[in-house]
Design a protein around this ligand. Structure first.
Ligand code: ATP
Ligand code: MG
Ligand code: MG
Length: 505
Protein backbone atom coordinates (compact mmCIF):
# COMPACT_ATOMS: atom_id res chain seq x y z
CA UNK A 1 0.00 0.00 0.00
CA UNK A 2 1.17 3.48 -0.63
CA UNK A 3 0.20 6.86 0.67
CA UNK A 4 -0.12 8.71 -2.62
CA UNK A 5 -1.90 11.92 -3.33
CA UNK A 6 -2.31 14.10 -6.41
CA UNK A 7 -0.71 17.48 -5.79
CA UNK A 8 0.94 20.45 -7.41
CA UNK A 9 2.77 23.65 -6.42
CA UNK A 10 2.19 27.09 -7.93
CA UNK A 11 4.89 29.70 -7.50
CA UNK A 12 4.61 33.39 -8.32
CA UNK A 13 8.03 34.96 -8.78
CA UNK A 14 9.06 38.41 -7.63
CA UNK A 15 10.10 40.57 -10.56
CA UNK A 16 12.16 43.73 -11.03
CA UNK A 17 14.22 45.54 -13.63
CA UNK A 18 17.75 46.39 -12.54
CA UNK A 19 17.90 50.15 -12.05
CA UNK A 20 14.25 50.77 -12.92
CA UNK A 21 11.93 50.39 -9.92
CA UNK A 22 9.08 51.95 -11.90
CA UNK A 23 9.05 49.33 -14.67
CA UNK A 24 5.59 47.88 -15.30
CA UNK A 25 5.61 44.41 -13.71
CA UNK A 26 2.60 43.31 -15.73
CA UNK A 27 4.31 43.91 -19.06
CA UNK A 28 7.56 42.43 -17.79
CA UNK A 29 5.84 39.30 -16.58
CA UNK A 30 4.28 38.85 -19.99
CA UNK A 31 7.73 39.11 -21.51
CA UNK A 32 9.07 36.47 -19.13
CA UNK A 33 6.37 34.01 -20.14
CA UNK A 34 6.67 34.78 -23.83
CA UNK A 35 10.45 34.68 -23.86
CA UNK A 36 10.40 31.11 -22.64
CA UNK A 37 7.42 29.93 -24.65
CA UNK A 38 8.54 31.39 -27.93
CA UNK A 39 12.02 29.93 -27.52
CA UNK A 40 10.40 26.52 -27.02
CA UNK A 41 8.00 27.01 -29.91
CA UNK A 42 5.05 26.58 -27.55
CA UNK A 43 1.73 27.88 -28.79
CA UNK A 44 -0.95 26.05 -26.85
CA UNK A 45 -2.87 28.30 -24.53
CA UNK A 46 -4.02 27.32 -21.11
CA UNK A 47 -7.77 27.66 -21.42
CA UNK A 48 -10.71 26.87 -19.25
CA UNK A 49 -13.72 25.15 -20.62
CA UNK A 50 -17.25 25.78 -19.64
CA UNK A 51 -18.73 22.36 -18.97
CA UNK A 52 -22.17 23.77 -18.48
CA UNK A 53 -22.22 24.39 -22.19
CA UNK A 54 -20.76 21.60 -24.27
CA UNK A 55 -22.13 23.24 -27.40
CA UNK A 56 -18.83 25.02 -28.11
CA UNK A 57 -17.56 21.68 -29.33
CA UNK A 58 -19.39 22.47 -32.53
CA UNK A 59 -18.52 26.09 -33.03
CA UNK A 60 -15.66 26.19 -30.64
CA UNK A 61 -13.45 28.61 -32.42
CA UNK A 62 -15.16 31.45 -30.68
CA UNK A 63 -14.60 30.22 -27.14
CA UNK A 64 -12.69 32.28 -24.63
CA UNK A 65 -9.12 31.29 -24.22
CA UNK A 66 -5.84 32.81 -23.33
CA UNK A 67 -3.65 33.46 -26.31
CA UNK A 68 -0.76 31.12 -26.86
CA UNK A 69 2.52 32.61 -27.60
CA UNK A 70 3.50 35.76 -29.33
CA UNK A 71 6.94 36.76 -30.39
CA UNK A 72 8.08 38.85 -27.37
CA UNK A 73 8.69 41.77 -29.69
CA UNK A 74 5.01 41.69 -30.59
CA UNK A 75 4.02 42.26 -27.01
CA UNK A 76 3.56 45.98 -26.81
CA UNK A 77 2.38 48.12 -23.95
CA UNK A 78 -1.11 48.18 -25.39
CA UNK A 79 -1.59 44.47 -25.36
CA UNK A 80 -2.81 42.70 -22.30
CA UNK A 81 0.08 40.58 -21.02
CA UNK A 82 -2.24 38.64 -18.71
CA UNK A 83 -3.08 36.78 -21.89
CA UNK A 84 0.37 35.22 -21.78
CA UNK A 85 -0.77 31.85 -20.55
CA UNK A 86 0.66 28.63 -21.91
CA UNK A 87 1.00 24.92 -21.22
CA UNK A 88 4.42 23.28 -21.33
CA UNK A 89 5.52 19.82 -22.45
CA UNK A 90 6.15 18.85 -18.81
CA UNK A 91 2.44 19.42 -18.19
CA UNK A 92 2.92 22.67 -16.28
CA UNK A 93 1.23 26.02 -16.78
CA UNK A 94 3.27 29.21 -17.26
CA UNK A 95 1.40 32.49 -17.07
CA UNK A 96 1.02 35.95 -15.60
CA UNK A 97 -0.88 36.22 -12.35
CA UNK A 98 -1.23 39.37 -10.25
CA UNK A 99 1.55 41.02 -12.25
CA UNK A 100 3.96 38.18 -11.49
CA UNK A 101 5.15 35.38 -13.72
CA UNK A 102 3.82 32.14 -12.31
CA UNK A 103 4.72 28.52 -12.84
CA UNK A 104 2.10 25.98 -11.81
CA UNK A 105 3.63 22.55 -11.66
CA UNK A 106 1.99 19.55 -13.28
CA UNK A 107 0.10 17.15 -11.03
CA UNK A 108 2.42 14.68 -9.30
CA UNK A 109 1.79 11.99 -6.70
CA UNK A 110 4.82 12.15 -4.39
CA UNK A 111 6.51 14.93 -2.42
CA UNK A 112 9.79 14.06 -4.11
CA UNK A 113 8.29 14.59 -7.57
CA UNK A 114 6.76 17.84 -6.32
CA UNK A 115 10.24 19.05 -5.38
CA UNK A 116 11.64 18.08 -8.78
CA UNK A 117 8.87 19.83 -10.72
CA UNK A 118 8.98 22.91 -8.50
CA UNK A 119 12.71 23.20 -9.15
CA UNK A 120 12.05 22.67 -12.86
CA UNK A 121 9.89 25.80 -12.68
CA UNK A 122 12.76 27.75 -11.26
CA UNK A 123 15.06 26.49 -14.02
CA UNK A 124 12.47 27.70 -16.55
CA UNK A 125 12.39 31.14 -14.92
CA UNK A 126 16.19 31.26 -14.93
CA UNK A 127 16.20 30.42 -18.64
CA UNK A 128 13.74 33.25 -19.29
CA UNK A 129 15.92 35.69 -17.34
CA UNK A 130 18.92 34.57 -19.38
CA UNK A 131 17.10 35.18 -22.66
CA UNK A 132 15.79 38.58 -21.60
CA UNK A 133 19.25 39.63 -20.37
CA UNK A 134 20.29 39.76 -24.00
CA UNK A 135 18.20 42.92 -24.27
CA UNK A 136 19.54 45.16 -21.46
CA UNK A 137 18.56 45.99 -18.80
CA UNK A 138 16.77 42.63 -18.67
CA UNK A 139 14.72 41.44 -15.69
CA UNK A 140 15.46 39.80 -12.38
CA UNK A 141 13.26 37.12 -10.87
CA UNK A 142 13.13 35.99 -7.25
CA UNK A 143 11.71 32.81 -5.77
CA UNK A 144 10.47 34.53 -2.63
CA UNK A 145 7.14 35.78 -1.30
CA UNK A 146 7.61 39.43 -0.44
CA UNK A 147 9.43 42.44 -1.80
CA UNK A 148 10.03 43.59 1.78
CA UNK A 149 8.05 46.76 1.13
CA UNK A 150 4.54 45.55 1.82
CA UNK A 151 3.79 43.35 -1.19
CA UNK A 152 3.39 39.61 -0.93
CA UNK A 153 2.93 37.05 -3.68
CA UNK A 154 2.06 33.45 -3.25
CA UNK A 155 3.31 29.95 -3.37
CA UNK A 156 0.28 27.70 -3.36
CA UNK A 157 0.10 24.02 -2.62
CA UNK A 158 -2.74 22.02 -4.14
CA UNK A 159 -3.89 18.68 -2.76
CA UNK A 160 -6.53 16.35 -4.13
CA UNK A 161 -8.90 15.28 -1.37
CA UNK A 162 -12.01 13.19 -1.08
CA UNK A 163 -15.09 15.34 -1.48
CA UNK A 164 -16.86 13.52 1.33
CA UNK A 165 -14.38 14.79 3.94
CA UNK A 166 -16.17 17.50 5.95
CA UNK A 167 -14.54 20.88 5.47
CA UNK A 168 -14.92 21.59 9.19
CA UNK A 169 -12.56 18.66 9.91
CA UNK A 170 -10.03 20.09 7.48
CA UNK A 171 -10.17 23.47 9.20
CA UNK A 172 -10.00 22.06 12.73
CA UNK A 173 -6.92 19.92 12.17
CA UNK A 174 -5.07 22.01 9.62
CA UNK A 175 -5.14 25.41 11.34
CA UNK A 176 -2.92 24.33 14.26
CA UNK A 177 -0.68 22.43 11.86
CA UNK A 178 -0.22 25.50 9.65
CA UNK A 179 0.46 27.69 12.67
CA UNK A 180 3.25 25.32 13.69
CA UNK A 181 4.71 23.98 10.43
CA UNK A 182 6.55 27.21 9.59
CA UNK A 183 9.33 26.13 11.98
CA UNK A 184 10.10 23.58 9.27
CA UNK A 185 8.86 25.23 6.09
CA UNK A 186 9.54 28.95 6.62
CA UNK A 187 12.07 30.41 4.22
CA UNK A 188 13.20 33.23 6.48
CA UNK A 189 12.79 36.97 6.23
CA UNK A 190 14.58 40.14 7.30
CA UNK A 191 12.07 42.54 8.84
CA UNK A 192 8.93 42.26 10.95
CA UNK A 193 5.50 43.46 9.87
CA UNK A 194 4.07 43.53 6.36
CA UNK A 195 6.27 46.46 5.35
CA UNK A 196 9.25 45.25 7.41
CA UNK A 197 9.01 48.37 9.56
CA UNK A 198 10.37 46.67 12.66
CA UNK A 199 13.96 45.43 12.55
CA UNK A 200 14.51 41.73 13.12
CA UNK A 201 14.46 38.29 11.55
CA UNK A 202 11.55 35.91 11.27
CA UNK A 203 10.90 32.34 10.15
CA UNK A 204 8.32 32.93 7.46
CA UNK A 205 8.00 35.21 4.45
CA UNK A 206 4.21 35.01 4.47
CA UNK A 207 2.95 34.88 8.04
CA UNK A 208 2.68 38.64 8.64
CA UNK A 209 0.33 38.87 5.65
CA UNK A 210 -2.38 36.64 7.14
CA UNK A 211 -5.38 38.23 8.78
CA UNK A 212 -8.17 35.69 9.19
CA UNK A 213 -8.63 32.02 9.93
CA UNK A 214 -10.83 30.89 7.03
CA UNK A 215 -11.89 32.63 3.84
CA UNK A 216 -12.13 32.76 0.08
CA UNK A 217 -9.70 35.60 -0.59
CA UNK A 218 -6.08 35.01 -1.61
CA UNK A 219 -4.65 38.52 -1.92
CA UNK A 220 -6.71 40.52 0.62
CA UNK A 221 -7.60 39.52 4.16
CA UNK A 222 -5.57 36.39 3.56
CA UNK A 223 -6.93 33.33 5.39
CA UNK A 224 -4.93 30.51 7.00
CA UNK A 225 -7.37 28.14 5.28
CA UNK A 226 -8.51 29.12 1.81
CA UNK A 227 -11.97 27.95 0.83
CA UNK A 228 -11.48 28.12 -2.94
CA UNK A 229 -13.20 25.12 -4.44
CA UNK A 230 -12.25 24.56 -8.06
CA UNK A 231 -11.46 20.86 -8.23
CA UNK A 232 -10.37 20.67 -11.90
CA UNK A 233 -11.67 17.10 -11.55
CA UNK A 234 -14.92 15.20 -10.96
CA UNK A 235 -16.50 17.59 -8.49
CA UNK A 236 -18.71 14.99 -6.79
CA UNK A 237 -15.69 12.89 -5.91
CA UNK A 238 -12.88 15.34 -5.35
CA UNK A 239 -11.89 18.61 -3.79
CA UNK A 240 -8.69 20.45 -4.64
CA UNK A 241 -7.50 21.93 -1.37
CA UNK A 242 -5.82 25.25 -2.18
CA UNK A 243 -3.19 26.11 0.44
CA UNK A 244 -1.95 29.69 0.26
CA UNK A 245 -0.02 29.97 3.51
CA UNK A 246 3.28 28.35 2.49
CA UNK A 247 6.59 30.01 1.65
CA UNK A 248 8.52 29.26 -1.53
CA UNK A 249 11.24 26.82 -0.50
CA UNK A 250 14.70 26.40 -1.96
CA UNK A 251 15.87 23.62 0.33
CA UNK A 252 14.84 20.18 -0.91
CA UNK A 253 14.27 18.88 2.60
CA UNK A 254 12.02 21.78 3.63
CA UNK A 255 10.09 21.55 0.37
CA UNK A 256 9.73 17.76 0.61
CA UNK A 257 8.46 18.12 4.16
CA UNK A 258 6.06 20.92 3.28
CA UNK A 259 4.29 18.64 0.81
CA UNK A 260 4.93 15.36 2.60
CA UNK A 261 3.91 16.30 6.14
CA UNK A 262 0.84 18.14 4.90
CA UNK A 263 -0.23 15.27 2.70
CA UNK A 264 0.06 12.89 5.66
CA UNK A 265 -2.00 15.18 7.88
CA UNK A 266 -4.64 15.27 5.13
CA UNK A 267 -4.60 11.46 4.95
CA UNK A 268 -5.25 11.33 8.68
CA UNK A 269 -8.07 13.86 8.36
CA UNK A 270 -9.65 11.85 5.56
CA UNK A 271 -9.37 8.64 7.57
CA UNK A 272 -10.55 10.32 10.78
CA UNK A 273 -7.36 9.27 12.48
CA UNK A 274 -6.81 12.42 14.54
CA UNK A 275 -8.52 12.05 17.88
CA UNK A 276 -6.64 14.83 19.69
CA UNK A 277 -8.02 18.36 19.80
CA UNK A 278 -5.03 20.53 18.96
CA UNK A 279 -7.03 23.70 18.40
CA UNK A 280 -4.80 26.71 18.94
CA UNK A 281 -6.09 29.79 20.76
CA UNK A 282 -5.91 33.01 18.68
CA UNK A 283 -4.43 31.28 15.60
CA UNK A 284 -3.62 34.38 13.51
CA UNK A 285 -1.78 36.18 16.34
CA UNK A 286 -0.06 32.93 17.29
CA UNK A 287 1.02 32.35 13.69
CA UNK A 288 2.87 35.65 13.85
CA UNK A 289 4.30 35.07 17.31
CA UNK A 290 5.80 31.78 16.16
CA UNK A 291 7.20 33.35 13.01
CA UNK A 292 8.84 36.14 15.01
CA UNK A 293 10.73 33.72 17.25
CA UNK A 294 13.87 32.21 15.66
CA UNK A 295 14.76 30.61 19.01
CA UNK A 296 11.72 28.32 18.60
CA UNK A 297 11.00 28.58 22.30
CA UNK A 298 7.86 30.75 22.23
CA UNK A 299 4.89 28.99 23.79
CA UNK A 300 1.59 28.72 22.06
CA UNK A 301 -1.61 27.90 23.86
CA UNK A 302 -4.11 25.25 22.92
CA UNK A 303 -7.77 25.79 23.59
CA UNK A 304 -7.64 23.36 26.49
CA UNK A 305 -4.99 25.51 28.17
CA UNK A 306 -1.97 23.33 27.30
CA UNK A 307 1.12 25.42 26.57
CA UNK A 308 3.77 24.08 24.22
CA UNK A 309 6.26 25.20 21.57
CA UNK A 310 5.57 24.98 17.85
CA UNK A 311 8.20 22.25 17.63
CA UNK A 312 6.37 20.27 20.31
CA UNK A 313 3.11 20.74 18.44
CA UNK A 314 4.83 19.43 15.32
CA UNK A 315 5.94 16.40 17.36
CA UNK A 316 2.30 15.81 18.26
CA UNK A 317 1.40 15.62 14.55
CA UNK A 318 4.46 13.48 13.91
CA UNK A 319 3.36 11.08 16.63
CA UNK A 320 -0.15 10.90 15.22
CA UNK A 321 1.29 10.16 11.78
CA UNK A 322 3.51 7.39 13.16
CA UNK A 323 0.57 5.79 14.89
CA UNK A 324 -1.57 6.18 11.76
CA UNK A 325 1.03 4.52 9.53
CA UNK A 326 1.45 1.76 12.10
CA UNK A 327 -2.23 0.95 12.23
CA UNK A 328 -2.96 1.34 8.55
CA UNK A 329 0.19 0.15 6.84
CA UNK A 330 1.70 -1.98 9.63
CA UNK A 331 4.38 0.68 9.99
CA UNK A 332 5.76 -0.11 6.53
CA UNK A 333 4.52 2.54 4.16
CA UNK A 334 6.04 3.22 0.75
CA UNK A 335 9.59 4.58 0.45
CA UNK A 336 8.42 8.14 -0.17
CA UNK A 337 6.37 8.22 2.99
CA UNK A 338 9.17 6.61 5.00
CA UNK A 339 11.53 9.29 3.70
CA UNK A 340 9.16 12.04 4.81
CA UNK A 341 8.81 10.52 8.28
CA UNK A 342 12.59 10.21 8.64
CA UNK A 343 13.32 13.83 7.70
CA UNK A 344 10.39 15.05 9.75
CA UNK A 345 11.85 13.47 12.89
CA UNK A 346 15.41 14.53 12.04
CA UNK A 347 14.62 18.22 11.65
CA UNK A 348 12.42 18.35 14.75
CA UNK A 349 15.25 16.81 16.76
CA UNK A 350 17.63 19.45 15.49
CA UNK A 351 15.21 22.32 16.03
CA UNK A 352 14.71 21.14 19.59
CA UNK A 353 18.42 20.94 20.39
CA UNK A 354 19.57 24.03 18.53
CA UNK A 355 17.80 25.37 15.42
CA UNK A 356 21.14 26.29 13.85
CA UNK A 357 21.85 22.56 13.48
CA UNK A 358 19.24 22.45 10.71
CA UNK A 359 21.13 24.76 8.36
CA UNK A 360 21.59 21.99 5.76
CA UNK A 361 17.87 21.24 5.67
CA UNK A 362 15.82 24.37 6.33
CA UNK A 363 15.71 27.64 4.40
CA UNK A 364 15.10 29.96 7.33
CA UNK A 365 17.95 28.48 9.34
CA UNK A 366 20.43 28.59 6.46
CA UNK A 367 19.53 32.18 5.64
CA UNK A 368 19.82 33.24 9.26
CA UNK A 369 23.24 31.64 9.50
CA UNK A 370 24.49 33.59 6.49
CA UNK A 371 23.01 36.86 7.74
CA UNK A 372 24.50 36.27 11.18
CA UNK A 373 27.88 35.91 9.50
CA UNK A 374 27.55 39.39 7.95
CA UNK A 375 26.31 40.86 11.21
CA UNK A 376 29.34 39.57 13.07
CA UNK A 377 31.88 40.32 10.35
CA UNK A 378 30.72 43.86 9.59
CA UNK A 379 29.17 44.78 12.92
CA UNK A 380 25.70 45.28 11.39
CA UNK A 381 22.39 45.26 13.20
CA UNK A 382 19.07 43.93 11.89
CA UNK A 383 17.95 47.34 10.63
CA UNK A 384 20.82 47.53 8.14
CA UNK A 385 19.64 47.79 4.55
CA UNK A 386 22.46 45.48 3.44
CA UNK A 387 20.76 42.62 5.26
CA UNK A 388 17.53 43.30 3.38
CA UNK A 389 19.45 43.27 0.13
CA UNK A 390 20.99 39.91 1.02
CA UNK A 391 17.53 38.57 1.86
CA UNK A 392 16.33 39.46 -1.65
CA UNK A 393 19.48 38.25 -3.36
CA UNK A 394 19.14 34.94 -1.56
CA UNK A 395 16.26 34.07 -3.89
CA UNK A 396 17.61 35.37 -7.19
CA UNK A 397 16.92 32.55 -9.68
CA UNK A 398 20.21 33.02 -11.54
CA UNK A 399 22.57 30.16 -10.69
CA UNK A 400 25.59 32.50 -10.64
CA UNK A 401 23.90 35.28 -8.63
CA UNK A 402 21.38 33.79 -6.25
CA UNK A 403 23.00 33.27 -2.86
CA UNK A 404 21.09 30.05 -2.28
CA UNK A 405 22.25 28.65 -5.61
CA UNK A 406 25.86 29.51 -4.96
CA UNK A 407 25.71 27.82 -1.56
CA UNK A 408 24.01 24.75 -3.02
CA UNK A 409 26.75 24.47 -5.63
CA UNK A 410 29.22 24.60 -2.73
CA UNK A 411 27.52 21.58 -1.13
CA UNK A 412 25.95 23.41 1.78
CA UNK A 413 22.55 21.69 1.58
CA UNK A 414 21.08 18.21 1.67
CA UNK A 415 20.12 17.69 -1.94
CA UNK A 416 17.40 15.09 -2.48
CA UNK A 417 16.80 15.63 -6.18
CA UNK A 418 19.69 15.74 -8.64
CA UNK A 419 20.19 18.50 -11.19
CA UNK A 420 19.70 15.90 -13.97
CA UNK A 421 16.30 14.98 -12.59
CA UNK A 422 15.34 18.64 -12.45
CA UNK A 423 16.47 19.27 -16.02
CA UNK A 424 14.50 16.23 -17.17
CA UNK A 425 11.44 17.62 -15.42
CA UNK A 426 11.76 20.85 -17.41
CA UNK A 427 10.64 18.96 -20.52
CA UNK A 428 9.28 15.57 -19.46
CA UNK A 429 5.92 15.25 -17.68
CA UNK A 430 5.31 13.08 -14.61
CA UNK A 431 4.43 9.56 -15.82
CA UNK A 432 1.79 8.75 -13.23
CA UNK A 433 -0.90 11.43 -13.61
CA UNK A 434 -2.95 12.97 -16.43
CA UNK A 435 -0.10 15.47 -16.83
CA UNK A 436 1.56 12.71 -18.85
CA UNK A 437 -1.13 12.77 -21.52
CA UNK A 438 -1.23 16.58 -21.56
CA UNK A 439 2.54 17.00 -21.78
CA UNK A 440 3.14 14.25 -24.33
CA UNK A 441 0.36 15.52 -26.59
CA UNK A 442 1.99 18.95 -26.52
CA UNK A 443 5.35 17.43 -27.31
CA UNK A 444 4.13 15.18 -30.12
CA UNK A 445 1.38 17.22 -31.76
CA UNK A 446 2.22 20.85 -30.99
CA UNK A 447 0.54 22.15 -34.13
CA UNK A 448 -2.64 20.21 -33.55
CA UNK A 449 -3.45 21.46 -30.07
CA UNK A 450 -5.39 24.67 -29.63
CA UNK A 451 -5.39 24.73 -25.88
CA UNK A 452 -5.24 22.67 -22.72
CA UNK A 453 -6.41 23.02 -19.16
CA UNK A 454 -5.84 20.87 -16.09
CA UNK A 455 -8.82 18.75 -17.04
CA UNK A 456 -8.85 18.72 -20.83
CA UNK A 457 -6.81 18.90 -24.01
CA UNK A 458 -8.40 20.66 -26.96
CA UNK A 459 -7.34 19.52 -30.42
CA UNK A 460 -7.49 21.46 -33.63
CA UNK A 461 -7.24 18.84 -36.36
CA UNK A 462 -6.49 20.09 -39.87
CA UNK A 463 -9.55 19.75 -42.08
CA UNK A 464 -11.94 19.28 -39.16
CA UNK A 465 -14.72 21.83 -38.81
CA UNK A 466 -14.63 21.99 -35.01
CA UNK A 467 -12.19 21.74 -32.16
CA UNK A 468 -12.28 18.46 -30.26
CA UNK A 469 -11.92 18.21 -26.56
CA UNK A 470 -10.55 15.23 -24.65
CA UNK A 471 -11.79 15.54 -21.08
CA UNK A 472 -9.49 14.40 -18.30
CA UNK A 473 -11.51 14.71 -15.14
CA UNK A 474 -9.71 11.83 -13.42
CA UNK A 475 -6.27 13.06 -12.37
CA UNK A 476 -4.91 9.50 -12.17
CA UNK A 477 -5.92 8.54 -15.69
CA UNK A 478 -3.91 9.39 -18.77
CA UNK A 479 -0.72 7.99 -17.26
CA UNK A 480 2.17 6.47 -19.21
CA UNK A 481 1.00 2.98 -18.28
CA UNK A 482 -2.43 3.57 -19.80
CA UNK A 483 -1.85 5.91 -22.75
CA UNK A 484 1.88 5.48 -23.44
CA UNK A 485 1.52 2.76 -26.11
CA UNK A 486 -1.39 4.60 -27.73
CA UNK A 487 0.66 7.79 -28.00
CA UNK A 488 3.64 5.84 -29.32
CA UNK A 489 1.68 4.38 -32.19
CA UNK A 490 -0.22 7.56 -33.12
CA UNK A 491 1.86 9.59 -35.56
CA UNK A 492 -0.66 12.43 -35.54
CA UNK A 493 -3.45 13.73 -33.36
CA UNK A 494 -6.16 12.57 -35.77
CA UNK A 495 -5.02 8.96 -35.30
CA UNK A 496 -4.85 9.44 -31.56
CA UNK A 497 -8.40 10.76 -31.39
CA UNK A 498 -9.68 7.96 -33.63
CA UNK A 499 -8.04 5.36 -31.42
CA UNK A 500 -9.35 7.02 -28.27
CA UNK A 501 -12.85 7.06 -29.72
CA UNK A 502 -12.73 3.40 -30.65
CA UNK A 503 -11.19 2.42 -27.31
CA UNK A 504 -14.00 4.11 -25.42
CA UNK A 505 -16.51 2.38 -27.69
P1 ATP B 1 -4.38 31.02 -8.74
O1 ATP B 1 -4.33 30.64 -7.30
O2 ATP B 1 -3.05 31.46 -9.26
O3 ATP B 1 -5.50 31.96 -9.07
P2 ATP B 1 -5.25 28.32 -9.28
O4 ATP B 1 -4.89 27.93 -7.90
O5 ATP B 1 -6.70 28.27 -9.58
O6 ATP B 1 -4.66 29.71 -9.63
P3 ATP B 1 -3.36 27.15 -11.26
O7 ATP B 1 -2.38 28.26 -11.18
O8 ATP B 1 -3.93 26.85 -12.57
O9 ATP B 1 -4.64 27.31 -10.32
O10 ATP B 1 -2.63 25.86 -10.66
C1 ATP B 1 -3.30 24.72 -10.28
C2 ATP B 1 -2.36 23.78 -9.54
O11 ATP B 1 -3.11 22.71 -8.99
C3 ATP B 1 -1.29 23.13 -10.40
O12 ATP B 1 -0.08 23.06 -9.71
C4 ATP B 1 -1.86 21.73 -10.68
O13 ATP B 1 -0.85 20.75 -10.85
C5 ATP B 1 -2.64 21.45 -9.44
N1 ATP B 1 -3.85 20.67 -9.67
C6 ATP B 1 -4.66 20.68 -10.75
N2 ATP B 1 -5.72 19.89 -10.55
C7 ATP B 1 -5.57 19.36 -9.32
C8 ATP B 1 -6.34 18.48 -8.53
N3 ATP B 1 -7.50 18.00 -8.98
N4 ATP B 1 -5.88 18.16 -7.30
C9 ATP B 1 -4.72 18.67 -6.84
N5 ATP B 1 -3.95 19.50 -7.54
C10 ATP B 1 -4.37 19.86 -8.76
MG1 MG C 1 -2.08 29.89 -10.08
MG1 MG D 1 -3.40 29.04 -6.71
Amino acid sequence: MTVRRVMGIETEYGISVPGDPAANPMILSGQVVNAYASAQGIRAAHASWDYADEAPLRDARGFEMGRGVADPSQLTDEEDPTLANVVLTNGARLYVDHAHPEYSSPEVTTPRAAVAFDRAGEAIMAESVRRLSQVPPGVNLYKNNTDGKGQSYGTHENYLMRRETPFTDIVRHLVPFFVARQVVTGSGRVGIGVDSRTAGYQLSQRSDFFEVEVGLETTLKRPIINTRDEPHAVADLYRRLHVIIGDANHCDVANLLKLGMTSLVLAMIEDRAIDADLTVARPVATLQTISHDPTCTALLELRDGTKLTAVQLMWRYHGLAERYLESRYAGAPDDDTAEVMRWWGTVLDKLERDPMEASRELDWVAKQQVLQGYIERDGLDWSDSRLRAIDIQWSDVRPDRGIFHKLRAAGRFEELVSTETVLDAVHEPPVDTRAYFRGKCLEKYPDQIAAASWDSVIFDIPGQPSLQRVPMLEPLRGTRATVGPLLDRSPDAATLLRELASASG
